[in-house]
Design a protein around this ligand. Structure first.
Ligand code: ZN
Ligand code: MN
Length: 486
């Protein structure tokens, strides 16, 4: 018998908690939400630490931000809704309940449905969403070292009451890779909405529900990064499959992803919804959204990555692949457009060249330094100048590569070249003598060349070394061939 293991029997649903880090204040009080790096328990007030008698007031901007995301994701926005209390006891939750939204018992989420399109090798796939809703963040528990070995637990309420949006997918994700791709796309959409910076530490937390078809599911709580989500899912799938193989019964439970040991561990058998005793929050008035208000927000929304990708293909003649990479990070895409729009007489070749530098050497440098393009002193004009110098044959690609680092730190390319005395050597006489020297000194490579024409590249490399990368590669190649054939 052949057992076909298909990805289709893996069922994953995600719940993503996103902090609206671009909000100045918390969800129900006027405390600052920029708590990162602050002294513990200094950004608090009676409302966000739940003192008796304090009354929450809804942050209007939070509604606007949620609306932006709901529109961008294509959710159906509910025009009238109210908040609920979700009751549970935990030290990070001083009120003993979390103010959230609920889509049962007469309640409505902020938006229902919606989708995110992801790309797969086999084509496109729509990841359907169940809903998105607004809720408050609990405080933060701080441990010394690991949670298991720490002699005590500290609590910091600076985070308590910060606005979260929870995005709940349908259980339609079939592999850890799909989950990762979905999260990347979602991150990009959130960046375009201008409501959160998900690169900030702790700004995103994911709960992953996962099961093998026909078996009990487990929920992995509080995974801190997209990379860890993929890892945790991979590990949990293996655990569940091993259980099934050994005919052991999986139970429905909540698990914790230990990212230092890279395993999931059982926490508790999963609580049921009724344990939360949801009921309407009486201290807040219902939200009523006018159609005109929704229309207004819609008009403010910038072009979303998918639409922008199509426009990049039409307007700049880029391939689908290239434009997709460019638009994924809004800052990079904005940079690109500023660069190409700074020159009136750009040709399609230059559109492509600029794209190549951004997605290639510049992105590589940013990744290596763990920086965003907006954190650097590189300007679009500088990259345009670089491309022009190459196009005009005044510097080689090799030289261009060698000066990128200095350019990222803000030094204009022309200044760098002047300092380093780097210019392309195109003078045939000068190159001739270098080529002859290299040929004389490398008889082994010449021998090799007779059976292996690719050995020529090694010779070009030697010429580059002689000239510190300044030899024009085309002329060098031509001259080398001339002399070898002789
Ligand atoms: Zn407060
Ligand atoms: Mn939640």
């Amino acid at each position: 018998m052949i057992i076909v293991t298909s990805h289709d029997n893996i069922i994953i649903g995600l719940e993503i908690h996103v902090q609206l880090t671009k909000l100045k204040t918390k969800l129900f009080c006027s405390c600052s939400s920029k708590y990162r790096g602050a002294e513990p328990n200094t950004y608090v007030c009676p409302i966000c630490i739940g003192l008796p008698g304090s009354l929450p007031v809804l942050n209007e901007k939070a509604v606007e931000f949620a609306m932006k995301l709901a529109i961008a994701l294509g959710c159906k926005i509910n025009k009238s809704m109210y908040f609920f209390r979700k009751n549970y006891f935990y030290p990070d939750l001083p009120k003993g309940f979390q103010i959230t939204q609920y889509n049962k018992a007469g309640g409505k989420a902020f938006g229902d449905g919606g989708k995110v399109i992801i790309k797969k090798k086999s084509g496109k796939k729509e990841i359907l969403l169940n809903r998105i809703h607004i809720e408050e963040d609990p405080g933060r528990l701080v441990h010394k070292g690991s949670i298991v070995s720490s002699p005590y637990t500290l609590v910091d309420y600076n985070r308590s009451g910060v606005c979260l949006i929870e995005i709940v997918t349908e259980p339609v994700i079939n592999s850890p890779e799909e989950a990762r791709e979905f999260l990347n796309q979602l991150k990009s959409i959130i960046q375009y909405c201008g409501i959160a910076d998900l690169d900030l530490e702790g700004s995103v937390r994911v709960d992953a529900n996962i099961s093998i078809k026909g078996h009990a599911r487990s929920e992995i709580k509080n995974i801190n990064s997209f990379k860890e989500v993929q890892r945790a899912l991979k590990w949990e799938i293996r655990r569940q499959k091993n259980f099934i193989k050994r005919n052991k019964l999986l139970k429905q439970e909540t698990r914790h992803w230990d990212d230092s040991r890279r395993v999931t561990v059982g926490l508790r058998s999963k609580e049921f919804e009724k344990d939360y005793r949801y009921f309407p929050e009486q201290d807040l008035v219902p939200i009523e959204l006018k159609k005109s208000y929704i229309e207004k927000i819609k008009n403010y929304l910038p072009e979303m990555p998918n639409a922008r990708m199509k426009r990049f293909q039409n307007q700049y003649g880029l391939s689908e692949f290239d434009s997709e990479i460019l638009v994924m990070d809004k800052d990079i895409a904005d940079f690109y457009e500023e660069a190409v729009n700074s020159e009136k007489d750009f040709e399609s070749k230059e559109y492509k060249l600029l794209c190549n530098w951004l997605k290639g050497d510049i992105s590589r440098w940013l990744n290596l330094q763990n920086k965003k393009i907006t954190d650097t002193d590189l300007t679009p004009i500088q990259v345009v100048n670089l491309v022009k110098l190459i196009e005009e044959g005044r510097i080689t690609g090799k030289i261009a590569k060698s000066v990128i680092g200095d350019m990222m730190l803000g030094t204009p390319i022309k200044k760098i070249l002047k300092q380093q005395g780097k210019k392309r050597i195109a003078d045939e006489e000068k190159l001739s003598s270098i080529c002859k020297k290299v040929i004389q000194e490398n008889s082994e490579i010449i021998k090799d060349y007779k059976t292996n024409p690719r050995a020529l590249e090694a010779l070009i490399g030697k010429c580059m070394k002689e000239t510190h990368g300044q030899a024009d590669p085309k002329i060098t190649r031509k001259l080398l061939l001339e002399y070898i054939e002789k």
